[in-house]
Design a protein around this ligand. Structure first.
Ligand SMILES: [Fe+2]
Length: 326
C-alpha cells in the first residue's frame, strides 16, 4: 500500500476533533465514572443529559452523556476554522453524495451532521460557547486530571478506504500499520491539530467507536487513577495498561465506562505539524507496536467497541491477525 499524498490545502479547514455524544443507560452511574472518578467538569446537566469539559478546554463540552435505553456512540464532533469553512464542508459532503442535515445543538452555532462513507456519524460546527478558563483553578483538579480530549479511534472495515477519505479532507497520516502479506493497511493514525492523531482507524468489525482519549499531565496521574479505581469499586473497569505505546510513544491506560464505552487516558505523544513529516511504518507482527515494553493487548481490545447510532456494521475485508495476549 502506498499512502496517499497529504492534502495540505484541503477543501475546508478542520481545526481539531471537538466532542462526542455517548448514549448511556444510567446517567447517575456515568456521572460517578466521568465526574467523580475521571475528574471531568460538569458544564450543564438535567435529568437526561450531562455536558462535560476537561480542565484546559474553553469550549462548552467535549463529551455529552445522554440517557438512553441503549448504549451507543453518536456523532463525532469536529470544529472547523470559520463559518465559511462550514459552508465549504457542506458543499464537499453533498458533492460526495453524503447527506447533510442542519441540526440544533445547544451551545453550538450552526451545526450540520453527516456521515463518512462507512457510516461513522460526524458533525461539524465552527463556534461553541466559550467558558472562562479553569486550568489554573487547581482546586478543581480531581481524578486523573484530564486536560483535553485528544482523539477518537474507530474500527474500520477497510482502513485503506478510511485513510483515503479522511486524507482528502486534510487529515495527515503520522503512523501506520501494514499487513506484510497483503500490503494493506491494518491501522492508521491521522491528525489535524499537530499531535499524532485526531482520529485513528483500526481494522475490525465496523464502523464502531473503539475509544475516546483524554490527555493528562503526566504518567503519574494514570497511576493515581489506577489506585483510585482499584479501591472505589471500579477495578473491573480497568482493561489494558498502564504502558507506553510503540505507535505514538504515548503513555496510556484503557478503562471502560459503566456501559462499556472505552476511554483511553493518554499522555506525551509528539509534535507533528511539519507538512513534510514522514509517516512511521509498523509491521502488524511487531510486538513493540502496541506496547513498547512488549505486552500484547487482551482480546477484548481487538473485538469490543461501541456501535454508532444507525450505522450498519460489517466484517472487515482484511483477515490479518494482530498479536493477542494469551
Ligand atoms: Fe488511542
Amino acid at each position: 500500500m502506498t499512502l496517499p499524498k497529504p492534502v495540505l490545502y484541503p477543501p475546508f479547514n478542520i481545526v481539531r476533533l471537538s466532542h462526542v455524544e455517548l448514549a448511556v443507560t444510567d446517567l447517575a452511574k456515568s456521572r460517578a465514572f466521568y465526574v467523580d472518578t475521571l475528574g471531568l467538569q460538569v458544564t450543564d446537566e438535567d435529568k437526561d443529559t450531562i455536558y462535560l469539559r476537561a480542565l484546559e478546554e474553553r469550549g462548552h463540552h467535549c463529551i455529552v452523556l445522554r440517557k438512553s435505553g441503549q448504549a451507543e456512540a453518536r456523532d463525532l464532533g469536529f470544529k472547523v476554522y470559520s463559518e465559511e469553512d462550514l459552508d465549504k464542508a457542506e458543499h464537499f459532503f453533498k458533492g460526495k453524495g453524503l447527506p447533510v442535515e442542519w441540526v440544533e445543538r445547544p451551545y453550538q452555532s450552526r451545526t450540520f451532521r453527516t456521515h463518512d462513507p462507512h457510516g461513522i456519524p460526524l458533525e461539524f460546527y465552527s463556534k461553541m460557547e466559550r467558558l472562562p478558563p479553569i486550568h489554573q483553578k487547581y482546586a478543581l483538579y480531581k481524578g486523573v486530571k484530564p486536560l483535553r480530549i485528544d482523539h477518537f479511534n474507530c474500527f474500520s472495515p477497510n482502513v485503506d478506504e478510511s485513510v483515503a477519505f479522511y486524507n482528502e479532507i486534510g487529515f495527515r497520516v503520522t503512523e501506520y500499520t501494514e499487513d506484510n502479506e497483503t500490503g494493506k493497511l491494518w491501522a492508521a493514525w491521522t491528525h489535524r491539530k499537530g499531535g499524532v492523531h485526531d482520529i485513528a482507524f483500526t481494522n475490525g468489525k465496523g464502523p464502531r467507536l473503539h475509544h475516546v482519549a483524554f490527555w493528562v499531565p503526566t504518567p503519574l496521574n494514570i497511576i493515581d487513577l489506577l489506585d483510585l479505581m482499584a479501591t472505589t469499586g471500579w477495578v473491573g473497569n480497568i482493561e489494558r495498561g498502564p504502558g507506553r505505546h510503540g505507535i505514538s510513544n504515548a503513555f496510556f491506560l484503557y478503562v471502560r465506562d459503566p456501559d462499556n464505552h472505552r476511554i483511553e487516558i493518554y499522555c506525551s505523544d509528539y509534535q507533528t505539524v511539519d507538512p513534510d513529516l514522514e509517516p512511521i511504518r509498523w509491521d502488524l507482527k511487531d510486538p513493540q507496536r502496541q506496547t513498547l515494553w512488549g505486552a500484547p493487548a487482551p482480546r477484548s481490545w481487538f473485538e469490543e467497541g461501541s456501535t454508532f447510532a444507525n450505522a450498519k456494521v460489517r466484517e472487515p475485508e482484511l483477515a490479518a491477525q494482530p498479536i493477542i495476549a494469551p
